[in-house]
Design a protein around this ligand. Structure first.
Ligand code: ATP
Ligand code: MG
Ligand code: MG
Length: 578
């Protein structure tokens, strides 16, 4: 593989490696983590973070932890934990086999740290760095001030440490209702006047009488994200804690907390360092968990793994490849400035990944009957073509040429437009079009049938028996049109779902727009297609290039042995003008 392209994070890591900034006995010098909250399904934005964190570990012989940031009991569920693990593995990363001892050594849950987080909170209280605040939520909000106005100290800010400690223990013991008290950090005497709102006595523990998906009813106080995250990083010996830009203003608290706890003897230096990068914003999708949920619950899509969704389970079902997603993540780089990446970049990466490896196959998606009048009924001639044009070692597929074939509706015109080289009938004394039936014979159109509504129901041709592809005779026929077909008697009839982008607007939910106004009515079209007979053996998740159409995958949910259902992953060319 090519050496990874430089970016500011790799530069930092390389600098730290050169200076030994994170050298510690028995530990790699690069330890990263991917810290999802198990409150929903991962989406393509998370994939960027996964590729980045696991990628740094891979590129610098380090390791990357998967850590469930499960400190908010009300919103979290085991279902999401399982799905997140599946998606990380599917993307090609593992927290298991990195460890020489095997097992789940690098799989962590913030909830496993609840005891230690509590112990450190008691220390902070005792040392004068935290206090229990008993203001009402409204008072607290009012006293926080805003960007222009300094906050006002809580009247409980200077209560004796012993009093805070007793209250905190009573909070833990369940003596208070949700919201009655809260534990806040006291970073400095004038912290409530800090221009950084995140330093104005941030909450570090709150009361929540709620069942937790892993700790059950053991706790009724839960640590806040800003408190849990740095400590979890330090407990796991993380070196580079990579997050998105919105956490930039949280970094001073991150550093203060770990320095303070290191002084208290809880951690040894060097401490983990936080670095921020700009999140991935892809056009033509939405990634907000709330909006994804809304689409699922309102039936706008067919579930969390709907192939039109930006969820990784959806993208997997759509047929997007982990390698294509990794390529997109690498190509879009790591920067500190927010911007939009065109969805075409992801589609292009997926095409690029699939082109050299997807076996070719033939599919007629909008079928029209073609009758070869001079070909005897019941006869058949075997035709063949390479499984992949650039991989002769993969051999050939074979399929029969018979009297009745399926061709695409659009490969016939009653009255040809200018430059149309596919089938059209004789006009006046002009003969009908001669077209090559790819991998088969050249045929000349002699006429067509229509039903009472004027719809064309069949096209008639005569074929030239000496024109078979791959034979000397083929050279005697110079034709401009070259179309695909399948034998009507041998074809595999199959459901094919033609997916496209879910939205017609590149930023469907930007600036307060209602994304539901921009749903693409053509994002899903279901057709009954006729496929090359060999496709009956397609395995779930096997991907193909259907010639002239694009890349398709055998649906991993609805395919049955001998009866695959196909999803269009992406067309061969970008039709969105990007
Ligand atoms: P929500 O959608 O509810 O805001 P979240 O995006 O914060 O949730 P987490 O589970 O906390 O979801 O995310 C896990 C990690 O993935 C975090 O480190 C977060 O910064 C990162 N991440 C999330 N979205 C993106 C994105 N669009 N680009 C890059 N990284 C992302
Ligand atoms: Mg989050
Ligand atoms: Mg978010």
């Amino acid at each position: 593989a090519a050496a990874p392209a430089p970016n500011f994070l790799r530069n930092i890591v390389e600098h730290d490696l050169a200076t030994g900034a994170h050298q510690r006995e028995g530990l790699p010098s690069v330890i990263t983590r991917f810290p999802p909250e198990p409150n929903g399904y991962l989406h393509i934005g998370h994939a960027k973070s996964i590729c980045l964190n696991f990628g740094l570990a891979r590129d610098y012989q380090g390791r990357c932890h998967l850590r469930f940031d499960d400190t908010n009991p009300a919103k979290e569920e085991q279902e999401y934990v399982d799905s997140i693990m599946d998606s990380v593995k599917w993307l090609g990363f593992s927290w298991e086999n990195q460890d020489p001892a095997g097992g789940d050594a690098y799989l962590h849950y913030a909830s496993d740290y609840f005891d230690r987080l509590y112990e450190m909170a008691e220390y902070l209280i005792t040392a004068g760095y935290a206090y229990v605040d008993s203001q009402s939520a409204e008072e607290m909000a009012a006293n926080r001030g805003n960007f222009n106005t300094p906050g006002v100290n809580s009247r409980f800010r200077n209560r004796p440490a012993e009093e805070s400690l007793q209250l905190f223990r009573d909070m833990k013991a369940g003596k208070y209702a949700d919201g009655e008290h809260i534990l806040r950090a006291k970073i400095s005497e004038d912290a409530m006047a800090s221009p950084n709102m995140n330093l104005r006595d941030p909450a570090i523990y709150r009361i929540r009488h709620a069942h937790h998906h892993r700790t059950g009813d053991k706790w009724c106080i839960y640590p806040m994200y800003d408190y849990t995250h740095p400590i979890s990083d330090a407990l796991e010996n993380i070196t580079h804690s990579v997050c998105t830009l919105e956490f930039q203003d949280h970094r001073p608290f991150y550093d203060w907390l770990l320095e303070t706890l290191a002084e208290g003897g809880f951690f040894k230096k060097p401490l983990p360092k936080q670095y921020e990068f700009s999140r991935l914003n892809l056009t033509y999708i939405v990634t907000s968990k709330r909006k994804l949920r809304q689409m699922v619950e309102e039936g706008i899509v067919d579930g969390w793994d709907d192939p039109r969704l930006s969820t990784l389970v959806g993208m997997r079902r759509r047929g997007f490849t982990p390698e294509g997603i990794q390529l997109m993540a690498e190509r879009t780089g790591v920067t500190k400035s927010d911007g939009w990446i065109d969805f075409g970049v992801l589609e292009g990466a997926v095409r690029e990944d699939l082109d050299p490896k997807a076996p070719r196959a033939i599919a007629v998606l909008k079928p029209l009957k073609l009758i070869v009048d001079n070909f005897p009924a019941g006869d058949s001639v075997e035709c063949s073509s390479p499984v992949h044009p650039h991989h002769p070692e993969l051999g050939n597929r074979t399929f029969p040429f018979t009297r009745e074939l399926w061709i695409e509706e659009e490969d016939f015109m009653e009255v040809p437009s200018k430059g149309y080289f596919r089938f059209y009938p004789p006009i006046g004394d002009q003969p009908g079009a001669r077209v090559r039936l790819k991998y088969g014979f050249v045929a000349e159109c002699t006429g067509y049938d229509k039903d009472e509504n004027g719809k064309v129901t069949a096209v008639h041709v005569n074929y030239f028996p000496d024109s078979k592809s791959g034979t000397d005779g083929a050279n005697n026929y110079k034709v401009k049109g070259n179309i695909h077909w399948v034998s009507a008697s041998a074809a595999l009839e199959a459901e094919v779902r033609l997916y496209d982008r879910l939205f017609t607007d590149p930023q469907p939910d930007a600036g307060g727009k209602d994304f539901k106004e921009f749903l693409n009515p053509k994002a899903k079209e279901v057709v009954t297609a006729y496929l090359e007979p060999g496709l009956k053996d397609a395995q779930a998740e096997q991907r193909f290039q259907f010639e002239r159409h694009g890349y398709f995958v055998a649906d991993r949910v609805d395919s049955r042995p001998g009866k695959p259902v196909f999803n269009r992953i992406v067309t061969l060319k970008d039709s969105w003008g990007s």
